[in-house]
Design a protein around this ligand. Structure first.
Ligand SMILES: CC(C)(COP(=O)(O)OP(=O)(O)OC[C@H]1O[C@@H](n2cnc3c(N)ncnc32)[C@H](O)[C@@H]1OP(=O)(O)O)[C@@H](O)C(=O)NCCC(=O)NCCS
Length: 150
C-alpha cells in the first residue's frame, strides 16, 4: 500500500473557479457546468463549496445548497489521477461536516444510474436510493435521487 495522500480542504473562493472548471471538465465531460454557472454558484449565499488541495493544486471539489434543515449536494468530484485512494470518502466526510455546520440534518442529491464509483461511496455513508428521474442527464440517462440523515 502506498503513502496516504495528504489532502487539505478549504472553502472555495471566486479565484478558484478556473481550476474547478478544469477539474469539472475532466470529471464530468458533457455534464460539466459552464464557467458562468460556477461563478454564480460560488456567489450564491445559500451555496457552500469546498475544494481539496494536494501540494497546493485543486484536485477535488464538492458543494451543497442549504434548504432549511436539508442540504442538496450539487457537485462532488475527485480528479481522475487521484481517484481510488480514499479521497472520495474524505471529501464526503468534509461535505457532510459542512452541511451540519449550516444546520442541515439530512442530505439529498442526484447521481447517474451507471455511476458505480459514486454509488459505492454514497452507500458507504448510509445514503439510500429514494427516487428515479427519467432522462435527467444531457444524454438521456436517468438519475437516481439519493438521500439520508447526516
Ligand atoms: C465518485 C468519486 C468522487 C469517488 O472518488 P474516489 O476518490 O475514487 O473514492 P474513494 O477512493 O474514496 O473510494 C470510496 C469507495 O468506493 C469504492 N470504489 C471507488 N471506485 C470504485 C469502482 N470503480 N468500482 C467499485 N468500487 C469503487 C472504493 O473501493 C471505496 O470503497 P472501500 O472503502 O470499500 O475501499 C470519483 O469517482 C469521481 O470524482 N468521479 C467523477 C465525478 C462524479 O461522477 N461524481 C459524482 C457525481 S454524483
Amino acid at each position: 500500500m502506498g503513502t496516504p495522500t495528504e489532502i487539505v480542504f478549504r472553502k472555495m473562493i471566486p479565484a478558484d473557479v478556473d481550476a474547478v472548471n478544469k477539474l469539472d471538465e475532466k470529471c464530468f465531460g458533457g455534464d460539466a457546468w459552464s464557467l458562468a454557472f460556477l461563478i454564480s454558484e460560488v456567489k450564491n449565499p445559500h451555496c457552500k463549496y469546498l475544494v481539496g488541495e494536494v501540494d497546493g493544486k485543486i484536485i477535488a471539489c464538492a458543494g451543497i445548497e442549504i434548504f432549511s434543515d436539508e442540504a442538496e449536494m450539487t457537485t462532488f468530484a475527485v480528479a481522475p489521477e487521484f481517484q481510488g485512494r480514499g479521497l472520495g470518502k474524505r471529501l464526503l466526510e468534509e461535505t457532510i461536516c459542512l452541511a451540519k455546520k449550516f444546520g442541515a440534518t439530512s442530505m439529498i442529491f442526484e447521481v447517474r444510474c451507471s455511476n458505480i464509483p459514486a454509488l459505492h461511496v454514497y452507500q458507504k455513508f448510509g445514503f439510500r436510493k429514494i427516487g428515479r428521474i427519467k432522462n435527467y442527464y444531457y444524454d438521456s440517462e436517468d438519475a437516481l435521487t439519493m438521500g439520508g440523515e447526516i
